[in-house]
Design a protein around this ligand. Structure first.
Ligand SMILES: N[C@@H](CCC(=O)N[C@@H](CS)C(=O)NCC(=O)O)C(=O)O
Length: 235
């Protein structure tokens, strides 16, 4: 039996992490049964979630989870796609994971009010006296990461512009189709659905969310994906 290590529901989303949501949607797409554990972060092989354990094997990182499912269970997340579409699917995913993601991190962690409403919850189990210091240290680390990554060097207006471009690109690619490549969701939908939902989380007040809400097709798509993969989830 597969165990998926995740954070759990936060911010009105099925999981705090879009990468976890992606991995979970991939498991569901492949029709694989799995259990979840919310206690994996301390033992995470790469210090991040998600990872899975599958019959004694540990696979960390949502992309390697996907490749594992494809190799071990023979499920094709790109089924029916041409080589060009496969390249396109990969590029869309990586825009979400390596660009849009950092705009999400910025919106959640760097704005004080968003932080207080959002990621501050991660520190609920820290000892009361140490909690403010722990929050400050981790926030400072996230700020440093954003600076090193590069997006942290831009002005807020520049970041907002990049967010609008990412989200408009996703909406344009989606067009009027129910899913990215047609009537049924594929692997890339697990990524885009997860990241679109993360951008739209109502807890956060941010230009990023405004940019997502300005794309009605993307909003409808995010709702469609969440309903399809988390039919029982109540925000
Ligand atoms: N490339 C990884 C990214 C996973 C990732 O960044 N996870 C974040 C949450 S969104 C995490 O676990 N962060 C915990 C930490 O850095 O301590 C994947 O695709 O799974």
């Amino acid at each position: 039996m597969i165990i998926l290590y995740k954070f759990g529901p936060y911010f009105g989303l099925p999981d705090a992490s879009p990468f976890v949501m992606k991995a979970e949607m991939l498991l569901k797409l492949a029709g694989l049964p799995y259990h979840v554990s919310l206690k994996g972060l301390l033992n995470a092989p790469k210090g991040k979630l998600p990872y899975i354990r599958d019959d004694g094997e540990t696979i960390a990182d949502s992309t390697f989870i996907r490749l594992h499912i494809e190799r071990k269970y023979g499920f094709d997340f790109d089924r029916g796609l041409s080589e060009t579409e496969k390249g396109f699917a990969w590029a869309i995913e990586k825009m979400c994971e390596d660009h849009l993601y950092w705009l999400i991190v910025d919106a959640r962690w760097m704005d004080r009010a968003n932080f207080a409403r959002g990621p501050a919850q991660f520190f609920a189990d820290a000892p009361t006296l140490a909690r403010p210091l722990a929050k400050a240290i981790v926030r400072r680390g996230v700020k440093r990461t954003l600076y090193d990554q590069g997006l942290g060097r831009h002005t807020p207006d520049e970041r907002a512009e990049l967010a609008r471009r990412d989200l408009a690109a996703l909406a344009a690619i989606l067009g009027d189709k129910p899913f990215l490549f047609g009537d049924e969701p594929l692997g890339a939908d697990a990524t885009v659905g997860a990241f679109a939902a993360a951008c739209l989380a109502k807890v956060f007040v941010a230009p990023l969310r405004e940019a997502a809400e300005a794309e009605p097709r993307l909003v409808a798509y995010a709702e469609r994906m969440t309903k399809r993969f988390y039919p029982d989830f109540v925000a």
